[in-house]
Design a protein around this ligand. Sequence first.
Ligand SMILES: [Zn+2]
Length: 232
Amino acid sequence: MNNTLRRTIKQLAIAAAVILAILTLNRYLPAQHNPLRPIDLNDPIGVATHYKLARIKSDTSLCYTLLDKAGIGYSPVGENAGNPTCPLERALVLDRSNFPYSVTPLRMTCSTMAALYIWEHDVVRPQAQTLLGSRIEEVLTYGSYSCRNIAGTNRLSEHGRANAIDIIGFRLEDGREIQVREQWREDSAEGAFLDEIHTGACRVFSVVLGPDYNADHADHFHFDMGNGALCS
Ligand SMILES: [Zn+2]
């Protein structure tokens, strides 16, 4: 056997091994860790979740399909919503998700809505049950779309792109109210809950900011699906 043939056989064997490894991984790796498998909003959060959510930012029709499959209620924003600085042509109104929100209408991009659903479903609901022994009655929010700059800068906030939401706290079915301003870093079940849902949000959203980031966030968590990457 000459050297060229030997080299070709070796290259073919390596290629076959790589293909076999990919096929095996694709078959046995759980969907949430497998970047090759399509996202389902009811999947647990995994190592591939960020990557899959980034992909649906640019694929609106796939994103709508995912919202429909998960049973999220949404409607288009009105004709004249938004303004020239902060157009809203790609935003939706959130009509129904896992929990009601204290502010309506909540206008946000499809990928923000998808990320919010995952966070509610896979982080907030189970952590409320485990740490607080109660269900969530309402999520308290400052809102989502708002045409403004980032505080202290001349850069447009992700809120101006309907790509962000601010969470103040929660009202529970048992009557308790949990507030970021009051219970962040508190040595209590409520403090542990806020810690878990902040950490969980970082596994879903592109940017998560809370009281540890700066004084502007002393009383809320900011989540967005912009192009940044920050968890603080
Ligand atoms: Zn914000």
